[in-house]
Design a protein around this ligand. Structure first.
Ligand code: ZN
Length: 93
């Protein structure tokens, strides 16, 4: 999964994998995205990429074998969307 983001400081887009490689710093301005929790940030971004890949691949397989059911889309996406929207709204929410 190629998760993309935008730096709140310099406004430039990046791939999460660039931030992981860069130890939690913006690949453009070089400053840490979260100076106090850089390790937690990098670990969590790595987990999100890996888990995203696993989820994508698993759902692709399920769809490929065409089982006799449908899956509730919100049950897969809603809470993920909630966290991303909280991140988008910013600090203190
Ligand atoms: Zn930046």
């Amino acid at each position: 999964m190629k998760i993309k983001g935008t730096c709140r400081r310099c406004g430039r887009e990046f791939l999460v994998e660039q931030v992981i490689r860069n130890g939690g710093r913006c690949p453009w301005d070089g400053k840490p995205f979260q100076a106090d929790y850089a390790v937690v940030l990098v670990d969590s971004l790595r987990d999100a990429e890996a888990a995203g890949n696993t989820l994508e691949n698993a759902l692709e397989k399920v769809a490929d074998i065409e089982p006799e059911f449908v899956l509730d889309i919100d049950s897969v996406i809603a809470r993920i969307r909630d966290h991303l929207e909280r991140l988008e709204r910013g600090h203190g929410t």
